[in-house]
Design a protein around this ligand. Sequence first.
Ligand code: KIV
Ligand code: ZN
Length: 522
Amino acid sequence: MSEKVAIFDTTLRDGEQSPGASLNIHEKVEIARQLEKLNLDVIEAGFPVSSSVQFEAVERVAGEVSGTIASLARAVEKDVKVAYDAVKGAERFRIHTFLGTSDVHLKGKFSDNRYGMSLKEKRETILKMGCDAVAYAKTFTDDVEFSPEDAGRTDTTFLCEIIEAAITAGATTVNIPDTTGYTMPDEFGRKIAQLKKRVPNIDDAVISAHCHDDLGLAVANSLSAVMNGARQVECTINGIGERAGNASLEEIVMALKVRRDFWDFHTDIRTEEIFNTSVMVSSFTGMIVQPNKAIVGENAFAHESGIHQDGVLKLKETYEIMTPESVGVPDSKIVLGRHSGRHGLQARLKQLGYSTTKENLDHIYEDFLILADKKKEVFDDDLRVLMGDEVSKQDEPYNLEYLNVMLGTSAIPTATVRLKTNDKIVEESATGDGPVDACFNAIDRALETKSHIESYQVRSITSGRQAQGEVLVRVRKGDLSFVGKGFSTDIIEASAIAYLRALGEQYVMTEKREFLEMAATP
Ligand code: KIV
Ligand code: ZN
């Protein structure tokens, strides 16, 4: 009889911690709605104490998306309370509390003598902190998850002790994170087996695996954990996450599904929603999926060599172990154009996973017609850009009303911009080394600012001459950086929009919203 493995998605929390991925609240909610379609067991929506934006995002996801929503908290009272306040509106919710348990963490994060002088004393202190946090979380909900951070490098005997104590304190899920992606599959599997064997109350909680991909082993380690008793896996769409990322959801789920003969485990995931979710996450985060990525990469179902093509034509299974349809890869590309109607557009958007309302459809259709005028053929990728743009541009403090750039082989590039900011219209011109530099200088003048541009990237979204360009601009202020994305068939315009959005994000985060104070430890 096949056993279920619960899938805990942390794209909106650990995934969003990926260098370069930064999502605004509207983008998070849109992704959460798509995650809901996957039929996940748990969606971790964020780490509310880390900023008021994170708090608001968890609150919105909890209020608008059904299922179990998890909210992350360090093992301190204030975090747990804030995690609860953010998530309490959910249909069902989980509080997930964590603290470092490896000797490296004890010597680093907990080096202060108030945690104890010796390693032994420090272990006693953090065991109590973890249990207190679990017990406190338990006053808000029965569904409490405890994570001993860096469990992969934690002494197994101490890991057994703290897991036993956390379960006694009320943890219903005990998550074993390989935080630094250090372990080998066999080693990680043995760690889970040891917990099963040595923790007397282990059957009162679900064991979970949370693996990072620093050595490219996150999926293998997660599957090894399942083999040895884990019944929840934590993962992200496209494997995004801290540093090299987390275990990829699509790989875990499809490995369990395709090789059910081998594992005899199942998940409740609607695998046909995988592809749309992957594309949405990639487009909102700006993190491109490598073409040869398993399951969702552009080449995952492409057969290049003659021998392979011939084999597949004769019998698909010759070189295909799963069908593209099983993960929602469309078998044909539908092309829309300026004569396509509102209903046709709405239906296609729905197939791509986007929800429209009567109110925003009018607006989207107008933008679609402008795009269809510029490009003769509008592909799925164009529609995704259009929808991504609709979501990204909500609540923007700065808007580009007008842009004019003059350039030529012997002229100094000069840009003029007209911006709408807080109901004020400002217009400025400036020169620069090139057209993009001139635009940025004109914007700086208009907003009376000077920003440090950390990175600037351009890529084309669709192919051909009229392809839409996507520009990603990252600006830095102090130790924080802010990302803006812009799309247009004109990359100078896309650059101006992206820069304005990055500055808008900086404004919203630093001027309008107060950061909740993060304690230095734990
Ligand atoms: O990698 C990690 O240890 C984490 C914990 C917060 C679960 O993300
Ligand atoms: Zn993690």
